[in-house]
Design a protein around this ligand. Structure first.
Ligand SMILES: C[S@@+](CC[C@H](N)C(=O)[O-])C[C@H]1O[C@@H](n2cnc3c(N)ncnc32)[C@H](O)[C@@H]1O
Length: 327
């Protein structure tokens, strides 16, 4: 079954890999893309459009962690590499009344944009946001490739993959001098093509739309190869919280692949996106503790807009990390 056949069903499917896949992201008009791979052309159907969700709480969760990781890598003078396998357009308009303004940002980036904070991680993220909104009003939201480009030093290198040609083109225009790193091809296949990087240190963000059974199959098929090609890489994999069986099934599989920790932002919502999950392989030393401080304070910040929220970190951190781990 492919994405066309499943479109609009909203059901939970048991994939052949043993992981239930929640299809919670739907749009009426899937985009059919022919994507280039090393040996052949492949067809990918994409329903999901990030402009409808840009700046929501899941973006804040993912982008705070991305900011923390790249800032940490920049503490050493040697250059880093960044690979974004599902990059999107890169910049989204949030202004009320314009295309894409669905209000999700009001319970996402809205509360944190001006919030006072004593966390270096939150302040670094806010400073990036303010750089894209010099008017001091939240109008534009930078996606992961633009955040990474803003943090990159001249010698750092980034590759951003987006399979929808129009989106890849928009991303190129937003990235300006770094547009050469944008490739319109399949993000999973790109893991094989671009790893290992010559820099030998870097972050790989895998942020799929989860709208097809093949998505999780592809992820679990390519990830072991990527980890063996570049075992020291920091891999960040986003996943939604919709169905508990999906999350536990996916995590069980991920735990067999290496030292992974899970960072969750959970809400008490009963429908739609209930929470945001990040699986991080090779989390840097002490970053878990720094992030724990961030989550602690965000609970208060979001309780009025999102309702009660819970942040958890479970799994494997570097030996000696002072953070107490649950689970
Ligand atoms: C969740 S959005 C990315 C958001 C972005 N990572 C961010 O944080 O700002 C997913 C994007 O992946 C693209 N996409 C879907 N399937 C893909 C594939 N197989 N390869 C590359 N891109 C894909 C979609 O067109 C969409 O723009």
């Amino acid at each position: 079954m492919d994405a066309r056949a499943m479109r609009g069903s909203g059901e939970i499917f048991e994939a052949s890999v043993g992981v239930t896949v929640p299809f919670y992201r739907f749009a009426k008009h899937p985009v059919r893309c022919i994507v280039r791979t090393n040996r052949r052309s492949a067809v990918v159907y994409v329903n999901y459009a990030h402009l409808y969700h840009a700046g929501n709480f899941a973006d804040v969760h993912k982008h705070l962690v991305l900011t923390a990781l790249l800032t940490r890598l920049s503490e050493k003078p040697s250059p880093w590499f960044y690979l974004d396998t599902h990059a999107g357009e890169g910049l989204y308009t949030l202004k009320a009344g314009t295309r894409g303004a669905r209000g999700e940002f009001e319970t996402g980036v809205g509360p944190i944009f001006h919030a006072p904070s004593d966390s270096n991680i939150v302040r670094a993220y806010q400073s990036l946001l303010h750089g894209f909104n010099p008017e001091g009003i939240l109008i534009r939201y930078p996606g992961s490739p633009l955040l990474a480009a803003s943090l990159a030093r001249p010698a750092d290198r980034m590759i951003a993959i987006e399979c929808v040609p129009e989106r890849a083109q928009q991303l190129r225009s937003h990235l300006g001098s770094r547009s050469g790193g944008v490739h319109c091809r399949d993000g999973y296949e790109a893991l094989g093509a671009f790893l290992p990087p010559k820099e030998q240190r870097g972050v790989i963000l895998i942020d799929p739309p989860y709208e097809s059974i093949r998505e999780t199959q592809h992820l679990l098929h390519v990830l072991p190869h990527a980890l063996s090609r570049f075992p020291r890489g920091i891999y960040v994999i986003w996943h939604p919280f919709v169905d508990p069986a999906f999350v536990s099934g996916l995590r069980r599989r991920l735990q067999t692949l290496g030292r992974v920790c899970f960072l969750d932002w959970l809400t008490t919502r009963r429908q739609g996106l209930r929470g945001s999950g990040l699986a991080v392989f090779n989390m840097p030393y002490r970053l878990g503790s720094e992030l724990e401080d961030v989550w602690h304070k965000l609970g208060d910040l979001y309780k009025d807009s999102l309702g009660p929220v819970e942040f958890t970190q479970t799994g494997a951190l570097p030996a000696g990390d002072p953070l107490r781990i649950r689970g």
